[in-house]
Design a protein around this ligand. Sequence first.
Ligand SMILES: C[S@@+](CC[C@H](N)C(=O)[O-])C[C@H]1O[C@@H](n2cnc3c(N)ncnc32)[C@H](O)[C@@H]1O
Length: 369
Amino acid sequence: MTYSTLCWTENQQAHTAQWLNDPRNPAPARLMATDHLNSREALRLMHQQTGIIWRGDYHQGKQLLAAIKKQVRTQAKTAADFHRYRLQQLQHSRLFQLLLVEIQPGFRLDNPRAPDISPALTDIYPVPNQQTWLMPLHLLLGYIGAHEWHKTGVVIEALDQQRIHVPFGVFSPLRGEYLTLVANAALPDTINTAWDIGTGSGVLAAILARRGIPAIIGTDTNERAIDCARANIQRLGYEGQVTLSHTDLFPAGQADLIVCNPPWLPAKAGNAIEAALYDPQHHMLKAFLQQVSAHLNPNGQVWLIMSDLAEHLGLRAPTALPQWIEAAGLHVLHKTDVRPQHPKAQDSGNALFAARQRETTSLWQLVAN
Ligand SMILES: C[S@@+](CC[C@H](N)C(=O)[O-])C[C@H]1O[C@@H](n2cnc3c(N)ncnc32)[C@H](O)[C@@H]1O
């Protein structure tokens, strides 16, 4: 991790603090500090690339950020809109990064009514800061929220209501409908080995283990996902059945069942978390389909989980996925559909609401020709 030093003047005194360099999160051009500001004035300053160091009450800072976000909300209904929506999301997230808080050495926040932020930051940065940091409040709130979710866990019906715990930076199985599809689908007649490609939290590997498959391998390119999956698999007591591997797509060899829930939308990811949701031109999905038959045992099956949200946004032709399946030397044995139940699908304020209302999630059970 590299740092740069930011300087500003406050009450006629020179101040400095460190900034954690990240190409997606450039340092503000100039800085000011305040403990009172309305959202309109804050937005005006932010549009001028002025970073605002919030000295006021912590909860008022949160309200200010929420008011700023409300002012810049958008609706996307078509593909052209979707690309504009993504661009705006990126521009907005750059804007939101300009409302800052000063983190004191040892992960301490001195704003009035601030909570203890040290457990949340320790999840992300194992060594506490020795010097003062400036951090976007938006990012800090993301870390705090993720820390709380990590502690609480997500209840998984398909795992007998047991919980999956997911830290910041790993895909969380909040939408349970696809898990039920995997829990209920008929397994191949002979099933000794299964792979879960892009295992994330390890939730699908755990569901397969619960179904009694003796040898399962979960892979992921995200190291945080592998650590998270390992912790979940151990907590659930499936470490005798499940091995995890930091691997691009497939391990060596063949399996009786190969499951994959790839990112669903063909778009550029803005950050590491989004890499589980967005994949430019469906790169992972296409590579998975092209290579999967070579890894299937005779009479083996491929289980692909996909939503058609990209089709409703005009980002993928409805004929494309069946064509890619056919080109990969596979055919459809069975397809089970489910309508999303998650809150975003019912939220008319969600930017993608029009498309989400029509979304179907499917489990494609595929076999080699
Ligand atoms: C939509 S998430 C699914 C996570 C989990 N299987 C689930 O269903 O909750 C997709 C996962 O694929 C992983 N991934 C993306 N590209 C990959 C690749 N080339 N090889 C292995 N994993 C990959 C991502 O890091 C992410 O964890």
